[in-house]
Design a protein around this ligand. Structure first.
Ligand SMILES: [Zn+2]
Length: 372
């Protein structure tokens, strides 16, 4: 047993070391200088943050620092999307600190999702859920008592999914929510318009969830819902699925090979983006606190740049470029045929991830403290 643990520990060390190396030859890669040169024709800019965990040590300080850096920049993003675990314990004072700080952001619309910590990581959701939803509604401007809602940033639809379960570490998406998602996609992603789906949890098989969250349930959306969500999104040309939860850091080719996806993954026309933790450390690649992604949408592409919001610098080598077939209603008179957004599950297209044999990660004090 000791020997097995040693081998696993050694593997982890190697993974940590190698995954910090920026990837090179890759179709998603573009040099940072080229990315910076893209100035004209910007349709939308976003900052992607996640897992701020306000209430855990120094997390509020990092958030305040990040907001100050954003406000000092000459251009403000159109929106900031924070994909869950806004708070560490789901307490009202943590939400007050989070939303009061985010309210200081100049010129950007703030959109939030709720995560497992927001609904009570170790307790029943009954007590914490209403608090999380009340603050979300007041501060983001949502009029719903549901766990999910949609909004828009500069005319681009942002669909926010939510857990409807009652137990800690659940990530339950009801049939009603799936049907609603289909309707929202039909409206927001119509004719190839870029559309963003935000969910605290990744879908099953993405971004190394099988490795990062192997034992306790709740690391990802369950298999059945994953297949249905993928199937719905794959009907459209430019859907971007944004998640947090894994605290996996900014990473590249090695993580993609090892996890079958790094922090940005394209599959069947859908782009999956795993946002690093802002308030706590990250496990792989660039592990810094205060990290997130700066997103620029142009007519032709969606550019994702790994960024440190405590310094305002982007990370060279952690730049991802996704081609966009951007429909322009003024010039494009032949939009794609409308499709039914909800289709029956296709048994012939299961998750493509080849799950390895059960992998056990030794529980370290660090893992416990920073459990996503
Ligand atoms: Zn988290």
């Amino acid at each position: 047993m000791k020997k097995v643990l040693s081998v696993i520990a050694l593997t982890l060390v190697i993974v940590f070391a190698l995954s910090a190396v920026p990837f090179t030859a890759d179709k998603l890669f573009t040099p940072a200088t080229e990315a910076a040169a893209e100035e004209d024709g910007v349709l939308l800019t976003l900052e992607l943050w996640s897992d701020t965990h306000i209430g855990s040590s120094n997390a509020l300080h990092f958030l305040e620092n990040g907001v100050e850096v954003l406000n000092s920049e000459s251009k403000h993003a159109d929106g900031i999307i924070v994909s869950g675990d806004l708070s560490n314990g789901g307490y009202a004072d943590e939400y007050r600190d989070f939303y009061n700080t985010m309210a200081k952001v100049e010129g950007s619309k703030v959109v939030t999702a709720n995560g497992n910590h927001d609904y009570g990581q170790t307790k029943s959701h009954e007590e914490r859920r209403p608090v999380a939803i009340r603050y979300r509604n007041e501060c983001v401007g949502v009029d719903s008592n549901k766990d999910y809602y949609s909004t828009d940033i500069k005319g681009y639809k942002v669909i926010v999914l939510g857990d409807e379960g009652t137990k800690p570490n659940s990530a339950v998406i009801s049939d009603a929510q799936l049907t609603w998602l289909g309707e929202e996609l039909a409206e927001g992603a119509k004719d190839g318009k870029p559309c963003f789906v935000v969910c605290h949890w990744p879908l099953k098989g993405d971004h190394g969830e099988w490795f990062l969250w192997p034992i306790i349930p709740g690391g990802h959306i369950d298999s059945a819902s994953t297949r249905k969500i993928r199937s719905m999104m794959e009907h459209y040309s430019n859907v971007f699925f944004i998640s947090g939860h894994l605290h996996a850091g900014l990473n590249g080719a090695f993580a993609r090979r090892f996890f079958n996806s790094g922090c940005v993954k394209e599959k069947n026309g859908v782009t999956y983006i795993s946002v690093p933790s802002f308030g706590q450390g990250n496990r792989f690649g660039i592990r810094d606190k205060g990290t997130g992604m700066h997103v620029t949408l142009t007519k032709d592409k969606l550019l994702i740049e790994g960024k440190n919001y405590l310094t305002g610098r982007t990370y060279d080598g952690y730049v991802y470029e996704i081609g966009v077939n951007n429909y322009n209603p003024e010039t494009d008179t032949t939009p794609a045929d409308p499709v039914d957004p909800v289709t029956p599950e296709n048994p012939d297209s299961p998750d493509t991830v080849n799950l390895p044999d059960e992998t056990v990660i030794p529980e370290s004090a660090d893992n416990k403290q920073e459990a996503a």
